[in-house]
Design a protein around this ligand. Structure first.
Ligand code: ZN
Length: 241
């Protein structure tokens, strides 16, 4: 059983009627809804508005993979909670950061770069699989068409990814590293660009397949209960001569 926490800022859906019409139960409700159909997954949700953003030490302790969507309240996100997520990732918790979460405190901390990019409203995307052997791309065609999406373009200021599983092409001419994997400490991280809140992208079956695959790939293979620390080795493995 993989314990998944789907975290969503849940601000746009409450502020704008057109976005609520797309995601009446919030982006978290949509994602949790399709993940719950998978008997291997145990899914809970949390949002920005809850105390400690719903991501207490106890919740993260019981989370194998955290899915994270944010945009409008990134600056107001509590530093202490961002630090807590980072600590859990270093100890092995998996993290899937979606769309504008590239600019969250959590991702900035874990990546250590500016995380900036170029963007434009109102485009369409062709999402190419650029690592067909990767488990996150399992069962997918060579590319998928996303009829309406916000353009995210290069240069994307990220550290060098472990793998670029998806590359997006936009009708306006830009390209983007739309699906990237990273390793931090014991934790596996997948950043996935599609998912602007105005468009029903998380209802698309291939996108749901990508997220299901990503949850399984991000499942920790090893998890430590304490943080990484520097250990003095007082007894050498061999006599030193
Ligand atoms: Zn967006």
């Amino acid at each position: 059983m993989i314990r998944v926490t789907v975290w969503n800022e849940y601000v746009h859906e409450q502020e704008y009627e057109n976005i609520r019409a797309v995601y009446p139960e919030g982006i978290h409700g949509c994602i949790a809804g399709f993940l719950r159909k998978d008997p291997e997954l145990q899914v809970r949700t949390a949002t920005f508005q809850e105390p400690e953003h719903g991501l207490t030490e106890e919740v993260l302790e019981q989370t194998d993979v955290l899915i994270f969507w944010s945009h409008a309240r990134q600056e107001e996100f509590e530093d202490q909670v961002a630090e807590r997520i980072q600590r859990h990732v270093l100890r092995g918790m998996g993290l899937i950061a979606l769309h504008s979460a590239h600019y969250s405190k959590v991702m900035k901390r874990l990546m250590g770069t500016g995380m900036t990019l170029r963007w434009r409203h109102g485009d369409r995307e062709r999402l190419f699989v650029t690592a067909p052997g990767h488990p996150i791309a399992a069962g997918l065609p060579a590319y998928i068409e996303i009829p309406r999406e916000e353009m995210y373009g290069e240069y994307f200021d990220i550290p060098k990814p472990d793998d670029v599983v998806f590359t997006g092409w936009f009708a306006g001419g830009e390209v983007f590293r739309s699906g990237c994997t990273f390793t931090r400490g014991l934790g596996r991280i997948f950043y996935f660009q599609p998912g602007h809140e105005e468009y029903p992208i998380y209802y698309m079956e291939p996108v749901q397949q990508i997220l299901r695959n990503a949850v399984k790939w991000c499942m920790p293979t090893l998890r430590r209960s304490t943080g990484p620390d520097c250990t003095e080795v007082t007894e050498p493995l061999e006599p030193i001569c």
